[in-house]
Ligand binder design. Structure first.
Ligand code: RIB
Length: 311
C-alpha cells in the first residue's frame, strides 16, 4: 500500500454485552447462559477500529452518553489509535449498548439501544467538516439518525469525498439520498430491506444488486457470509469467494469487512483486491469471540493473506 489512507467514520459507538447461550428464557423464566463478555462495539466504532488495525489513520465522529460506558469508549478509541477529538459526551443520555446472544454455531442475535448515538446530528458533521474535507474516505452506517447519514453523504458529494455506506441495521431508505454514496455495502438481510426482494443466494444477490443499480445506486457490494461477496456496478457483477474458516463468533465480521475494505481501497488497492483482502480480514475476525477484540493485527492479516493463494 501507499501512504496510510485517511478515513473518517461518522457513526455509532456501543458497549457490547455478549452472552453465549443456545437457549432463551420464556416470559417469567430464569435460565443460565454459558459465558459472558463485555466489550466495545457499535458498527461505526467497529469499522473505525478495523480500518485502523489495517493501517489507516482514522477519526471518529460520534456521540456517547455521560456514563461510565461513554468515558470508557473514548479511552478505548485512544488505546486503539483512533482520533476521538470529535466524539462528544451528551449530557443526560445513556451510551449506546448492545445485548448480544451468540449460539454454539457462532451465530449472533443483536439488540441495539441507540442512546447517545441518536443525538448525532448534522451540526456535528459540520463541526467536523475540516476533518471530513481531508478524508480519503468517509464511512457510514445506520445506527445514527438517517437525517445525519443523508446530510453527510450530501456533504461528501459536494466536496468530492469518497463514501461507503453500510446500510445496517437493515431498513427501507430513500434511494435518491443513498445514491450519493460511492459504495453501498449491505449483507443479505440489509439488501432485502433496501430492495424489497429476498436475497437468499448468489443469484438473488445478483438480481438485487441490478435492481439497486437501476434505482440509481453507483456501486453495490452484497456481503454473503460464507459465500463471499458480490460486487456490482454499471459494467456488470463479479463474485469474490470467501476465505473459508470454521467460525467461533461471527459478531462484527461485517464491520471487519467494511473497515478493512475502506482501508485497502483508499490505500490504493483496486476494488477486486480490496474485496478479496476484506474477505480474509473478516474471516479472521470470526475465529475468536467479541467484536473489536476479535479484529486481528495487520501482521496476522498479512500472513493469512499471503497464505490464501490470492495474496
Ligand atoms: O455489527 C456488530 C455490532 O452491531 C455490535 O458491535 C453491536 O454494538 C451492534 O452495533
Amino acid at each position: 500500500m501507499n501512504a496510510p489512507p485517511n478515513i473518517v467514520v461518522v457513526g455509532s459507538a456501543n458497549v457490547d454485552l455478549t452472552t453465549f447461550t443456545d437457549t432463551f428464557p420464556r416470559p417469567g423464566e430464569t435460565i443460565f447462559g454459558r459465558e459472558f463478555h463485555l466489550g466495545f462495539g457499535g458498527k461505526g466504532a467497529n469499522q473505525a477500529v478495523a480500518a485502523r488495525q489495517c493501517g489507516a489513520r482514522v477519526s471518529m465522529v460520534a456521540r456517547v452518553g455521560d456514563d461510565l460506558f461513554g468515558e470508557a469508549t473514548i479511552r478505548n478509541f485512544a488505546a486503539r489509535g483512533v482520533d476521538s477529538t470529535r466524539v462528544t459526551i451528551t449530557p443526560g443520555v445513556s451510551s449506546g449498548v448492545a445485548p448480544i446472544f451468540v449460539d454454539s454455531a457462532g451465530q449472533n442475535r443483536i439488540l441495539v439501544v441507540k442512546g447517545a448515538n441518536d443525538a448525532l446530528r448534522p451540526a456535528d458533521v459540520d463541526a467536523a467538516g475540516d476533518l471530513l474535507q481531508q478524508a480519503d474516505c468517509v464511512v457510514l452506517q445506520l445506527e445514527i439518525p438517517l437525517e445525519t447519514v443523508y446530510y453527510t453523504l450530501r456533504f461528501a458529494r459536494r466536496y468530492g469525498i469518497r463514501t461507503i455506506l453500510n446500510p445496517a441495521p437493515g431498513q427501507a431508505l430513500d434511494l435518491a439520498e443513498v445514491a450519493n454514496a460511492d459504495y453501498v455495502i449491505p449483507n443479505e438481510t440489509e439488501a432485502e430491506a433496501l430492495s424489497g426482494m429476498p436475497v437468499r443466494n448468489l443469484d438473488e444477490a445478483r438480481e438485487c444488486a441490478a435492481r439497486l443499480l437501476a434505482s440509481g445506486l453507483r456501486r453495490v457490494i452484497v456481503t454473503l457470509g460464507a459465500n463471499g461477496a458480490l460486487c456490482a456496478g454499471p459494467e456488470g457483477a463479479r463474485h469474490v469467494p470467501a476465505h473459508v474458516v470454521e467460525p467461533v463468533d461471527t459478531t462484527g465480521a461485517g464491520d471487519a469487512f467494511i473497515g478493512s475494505f475502506a482501508c485497502f481501497l483508499a490505500g490504493g488497492c483496486d476494488e477486486a483486491e480490496a474485496i478479496a483482502r476484506a474477505n480474509v480480514y473478516a474471516a479472521l475476525s470470526t475465529l475468536s469471540v467479541g467484536t473489536q477484540m476479535s479484529f486481528v493485527a495487520l501482521e496476522r492479516f498479512q500472513e493469512a493473506w499471503s497464505n490464501s493463494g490470492t495474496g
